[in-house]
Design a binder for this molecule. Structure first.
Ligand SMILES: [Zn+2]
Length: 244
């Protein structure tokens, strides 16, 4: 009989859910799920002799690529599209939150990060946001944005910091819990984490309903989604800021 210690077993499980494992399911071929702002889309790949594009049509994410485009290239096209979505979302909310908190980020970066949802360098006043946030509920993105901006006022996660969060973003703990429950990489998604995340989102929904009537500080998911979509189409990047 094969005997295996508990720690070795956990290690094995962790290795199995790693996005870097070999033999991972092939992606960007069509019919897999991809998420934008917490909503699930089924990927449809169209091959045509035209510049590549990504578009949302109802519950589908339509990726158009030239015939023969490699899986790596397809992945890169979608990754860049996610980055654009997050940049648009930052554009939609940054001024409101900078004004409300009385801070100014000198530089904003939207990039793939392996271990963090966001970071703030208080010395250079630069904020980095993980591209993966575009896949999570808008409340999660807003929480990370506010969290990092607040570090321009308070460096540590002390009582003053959480007090400011409580004041400005009353349901921040729900968003944090959802992010903590969610694996960082799309490839890490398992049924269990999906249900865990959905339970968290429902909690956010309840929290939002409860709080919004008292504090109009936080946008609800639908409202943010609408604002982001409106700006997605029209807004040019502000030249005074650099996104890398
Ligand atoms: Zn922090």
């Amino acid at each position: 009989m094969l005997r295996i210690s508990i720690s070795a077993f956990i290690h094995l499980l962790a290795a199995c859910s790693s996005p870097r494992r070999t033999g991972a399911a092939r992606e960007y071929l069509g019919r897999e799920s991809h998420y934008l702002w917490g909503k699930r889309y089924l990927l449809r790949v169209i091959e045509k002799d035209a510049p590549s594009s990504v578009a949302l049509q109802h519950s589908r994410m339509v990726l158009a690529v030239r015939p023969g485009t490699s899986e790596a290239k397809r992945e890169a096209i979608v990754a860049e599209w996610y980055r654009e979505q997050l940049k648009e979302a930052v554009e939609a909310l940054i001024e409101k939150w900078e004004a409300r908190l009385g801070v100014k980020a000198q530089r904003l970066f939207v990039q793939k990060m392996k271990t963090k949802w966001g970071s703030c360098n208080t010395f250079s006043k630069s904020i980095r946001l993980n591209t993966e946030l575009a896949k999570k509920a808008p409340e999660c993105f807003e929480y990370i944005l506010v969290h990092e901006l607040l570090h321009l006022i308070v460096r540590r996660h002390d009582d003053r910091f959480t007090g400011l969060l409580d004041r400005h973003l009353p349901q921040w703990k729900h968003a944090r819990d959802v992010l903590n429950a969610a694996p960082l990489a799309h490839a890490d998604w398992t049924k269990r984490s999906f249900f865990r995340e959905r339970a968290g989102l429902e909690a956010i929904g309840r929290g939002a309903v409860k709080h919004v009537s008292f504090h109009e500080v936080t946008l609800t998911g639908a409202r943010l989604r609408r604002e982001v979509t409106q700006r997605m189409l029209s807004r040019a990047m502000r030249q005074s800021r650099s996104f890398r």
